[in-house]
Design a protein around this ligand. Structure first.
Ligand code: AMP
Length: 397
């Protein structure tokens, strides 16, 4: 069984085709600058040369057609005919309050994705285009929607609801949703196995630390709380996003600078986080750490604040679950950045966390970084959203 996984952004489309017999990636690639001048497809298949096609892609439909052509290409392809694709799994950002699980796409499902355009304005329209393009390109092949909000939809109401008038939830579905759900779901399930925890009751905190960063608490793989909220702006400090902030700051900046609310929210999304705190050095942690090492004070504060907030959330989520069995690091920073992992764990001595300095040196590998004496297991599990989407797609069809 071969499953195609599609992840459409507003101007990009990432794909992987996975052989579910051994969960191996047969080919993967990306279409960039869709709808913008200079579109390009980059396709890589196991044991073959890289294929780069520079050709205009006015929309996602054209991009999907080019992906199909690459997959069946005599020289660079991995299948003889598109009929070898059993199903397509799509990453879809938002399902509002309607779906808390992945689902086979029907007209009703597409209507829900469409109804959620204003909850996910950058992603949901592109996600729907991806689905419709696949329906056209390979008619009859089932499409499955895997929602990024699904994991967070299972958290209890006390964690999901904002303390604002109830009418706004009723009218506009304003609640906490959480994002990176596919990653958190995959990593928390893998952690239960890797740390040999009770599959029903194991208490896991997953720190997904990348350019976007979020943290979740789950018991037996079921979400208890998540740091992102109504949008991916809430929670941890990120590459360019502020994370938690007193909303009165928005009003204050608007009044002082004559900016609109939209403009200030844009600043909180795109110009804040470690980029903003460091005085504009970079949104990339490596750049800011380099400046920190060279003695730049703002860079130091930005990195220390990032670490501090992760540690605070771990403390809060330990309380939320009345304990924690495993803490897991994943995504770009979580998988690679040993000083940040080590510094977060230094805050966790009160939990009996004890880190092995040697295993914590490893990068990008599934590894236990706590010592056998540590009261809480701490590990690194590289995230794999594509495999998670493919597994969920297989399960549904
Ligand atoms: P992501 O959004 O998951 O791709 O993560 C991107 C972030 O991961 C960037 O800010 C990078 O600084 C960080 N990152 C990626 N690779 C490494 C690495 N080898 N060492 C340290 N940080 C890394």
């Amino acid at each position: 069984m071969k499953i195609l996984v599609i992840n459409c952004g507003s101007s990009s489309l990432k794909y992987q085709i996975i052989d579910m017999e051994n969960e191996g990636v047969l080919a993967k690639g990306i279409c960039e600058r869709i709808g913008i001048n200079g579109s390009k497809l980059t396709h890589e298949a196991e044991g073959k040369d890289k294929l780069v096609v520079e050709k205009e892609m006015p929309d996602h439909k054209v991009a999907i057609k080019m992906v199909m052509d690459a997959l069946v290409d005599a020289e660079y392809g991995v299948i003889k005919d598109v009929s070898e694709i059993t199903a397509v799994g799509h990453r879809v950002l938002h399902a509002g309050t309607v779906y808390s699980d992945s689902i086979v796409v029907t007209e009703d499902v597409k209507n829900v994705v469409r109804d959620c355009f204003d909850l996910g304005p950058l992603h949901n329209p592109a996600n729907l285009m991806g689905i419709e393009a696949c329906e056209d390109a390979i008619p009859g092949v089932p499409n499955v929607a895997v929602f990024d909000t699904a994991f967070g939809m299972k958290m209890p109401e006390k964690a999901a609801m904002y303390a604002i008038p109830q009418e706004y939830y009723e009218k506009y579905s304003i609640r906490r949703y959480g994002f990176h759900g596919t990653s958190h779901s995959y990593v928390s399930q893998e952690a239960l196995k890797f740390c040999e925890l009770d599959p029903e009751n194991g208490k896991v905190i997953v720190c997904h630390l990348g350019n976007g960063a979020s943290i979740t608490a789950s018991i037996g793989g079921k979400c208890v709380d998540t740091s992102m909220g109504f949008t991916p702006l809430e929670g941890l400090i990120m590459g360019t996003r502020s994370g938690d902030i007193d909303p009165a700051v928005v009003q204050f900046i608007c009044n002082k600078e004559g900016k609109s609310v939209n403009e200030v929210i844009d600043i909180l999304n795109k110009k804040s986080g470690i980029l903003g705190m460091s005085g504009g050095i970079s949104s990339d942690f490596r750049d800011v750490q380099k400046a920190q090492a060279e003695g730049n004070h703002l860079a130091d504060v930005a990195i220390e604040a990032f670490i501090y907030r992760v540690a605070k959330y771990i403390g809060a989520y330990t309380a939320a679950m009345n304990g924690v069995d495993a803490i897991v690091f994943t995504a770009g920073v979580g998988e690679n950045d040993k000083p940040i992992r080590g510094a977060v764990c230094e805050y966790l001595g009160y939990l009996g966390v004890d880190i092995d300095g040697e295993t914590n040196k490893l990068r990008g590998k599934r590894v236990m970084i706590s010592t056998p004496e540590s009261k809480v297991k701490v590990c690194v599990i590289p995230t794999n959203e594509e495999l998670s989407i493919a597994r969920q797609t297989k399960a549904l069809i």
